[in-house]
Design a protein around this ligand. Structure first.
Ligand code: FAD
Length: 396
């Protein structure tokens, strides 16, 4: 039987997770990545049970448990006095309820784990996509060096500024008006955060901070959001000013001030998303991850959703076989769109509720946060099994 020729654009979390899931399904693919080298960039990433179960099944359980931390809870606190607003228990409780752990880890550990599942000769570096064309029989990647690559299917995993997406939707990224400073500090410099591994958030007017341990507990990763209309860069390596950041959080809870004070280097990142698309494929081109549904990071689900996309699309392709491309892409879209649209919207809405000024609306938010502590409210998100959802869609 002829093999499906699959060309993936982008070797980020989405592209590598997809290549790994395809490989497990015995479908070959080639990944084209613009970077000349895959370096260790970024800071922390939270991986919830909805994605950790998929990573475990891709054989990354051992690697993840060696490099990740399993926090005992997510805690939200007030910006000034640190009063507890909400505690979501994680640890063993989460693992037992959802059958998979909640992890916090360095993005590079997740990335290198996924990369280890893809044969090196299938990842082409220094290959920047400039355009995609497609006809009835095949699609083509047009790379910046003038070469073209023919494939039966092009999967764009090329992030928020996706070139592949242009085949499917005409839209632009939307600047949220917020930027985030990100940094890593050695754990021994913030002993006051180490009593119990936790994801900690402090919410205040116009800004919030999140931090959690990564690298098997050796470092603490943090992200501090501020409103800013003058900063439009998006890069894992753009340098921010530590002094500017410290000034933005003056007067906050002493734990926040000491955490920021311990940072020697921060990166600064303008936060963009896009409106939800009503399709994820057109002809022989499909998109996954941020290319499909870029979202604000306020629900910590962008990478999780990229992993879900990757596994679902690979399963749909494997089950449909080389002759069933249209049906497979249609099924992928049907399974993924309702869920990713909901999470994109929720992430936008968190951008509002996290940053309320002190007053009536903030007090209502805090009452509601206290009454929704626990894991029940996360059932739809963490309890979801993307592989089971795909199998169920087949029987339906
Ligand atoms: C501050 C912040 C915190 C976050 N925290 C979390 C979190 O805790 N949990 C979570 O799940 N998500 C989180 N996210 C979101 C998560 O980082 C993204 O959703 C995820 O990285 C998307 O992966 P991706 O592979 O789709 O895209 P990317 O990571 O953007 O990867 C795209 C890849 O494609 C390559 N590429 C781009 N254009 C081209 C081209 N033209 N040709 C060839 N290659 C190309 C790029 O070089 C890159 O390697 C966060 C995001 C931010 C900004």
């Amino acid at each position: 039987m002829p093999q499906l020729r699959v060309a993936v654009v982008g070797a980020g979390i989405a592209g590598l997770a997809f290549a790994a899931a395809l490989r497990r399904a015995r479908i070959d693919c080639h990944v084209y990545e613009q970077a000349e080298r895959l370096t260790e960039v970024g800071a922390g990433v939270q991986v919830a049970p909805n994605a950790s179960r998929l990573l475990h099944r891709l054989s990354l359980r051992e690697r993840l448990s060696a490099s990740a931390v399993a926090p005992q809870a997510i805690e939200m606190r007030r910006w000034d006095d640190g009063g507890l607003l909400q505690r979501v228990p994680l640890g063993g409780l989460c693992d037992r309820r959802f059958g998979a752990p909640y992890y916090t880890l360095h993005r590079a550990d997740l990335h290198s784990g996924l990369l280890s599942l893809v044969p090196p000769d299938r990842v082409h570096l220094g290959a920047r996509l400039v355009a995609v064309s497609q006809g009835a029989d095949e699609a083509r990647l047009h790379l910046a060096d003038g070469t073209t690559v023919a494939a039966d299917l092009v999967v764009g995993a090329d992030g928020i500024h996706s070139v592949a997406r242009e085949q499917i939707v005409t839209d632009e990224p939307r600047f949220s008006g917020q930027t985030i400073y990100r940094g890593l500090v050695p754990a021994e410099q913030v002993p006051f955060l180490l009593d119990e591994p936790r994801v900690r958030l402090w919410l205040g007017p116009d800004r919030h901070v999140v931090c959690y341990p990564v690298s098997a507990g050796r470092q603490v990763s943090f992200g501090a959001t501020v409103s800013a209309s003058d900063w439009r860069e998006e890069s894992w390596v753009a340098r921010g000013e530590v002094a500017e950041l410290a000034a933005a959080y003056e007067g906050w809870h002493p734990d926040v001030v000491r955490l920021i004070g311990a940072a020697r280097r921060v990166s600064r990142w303008a936060l963009h998303d896009r409106d939800s698309a009503d399709r994820l494929s057109s002809g022989r081109v499909a998109v996954i991850g941020d290319a499909a549904h870029p979202m604000l990071p306020f629900q910590a689900q962008g990478a999780n959703q990229a992993i879900e996309d990757a596994v679902v699309l690979a399963l749909c392709l494997a089950e449909a076989g080389p002759g069933g491309l249209d049906a497979a892409l249609h099924r992928y879209e049907q399974i993924r769109l309702p869920r990713t649209t909901r999470i994109q919207r929720q992430s936008r809405s968190n951008a509002e509720t996290f940053h309320l000024a002190d007053g009536d609306a903030q007090r209502r938010r805090d009452v509601s946060a206290r009454t929704t502590s626990g894991l029940d409210q996360h059932e739809w998100l963490f309890g979801y099994d993307a592989e089971r959802a795909t199998t169920t869609s087949r029987s339906a």
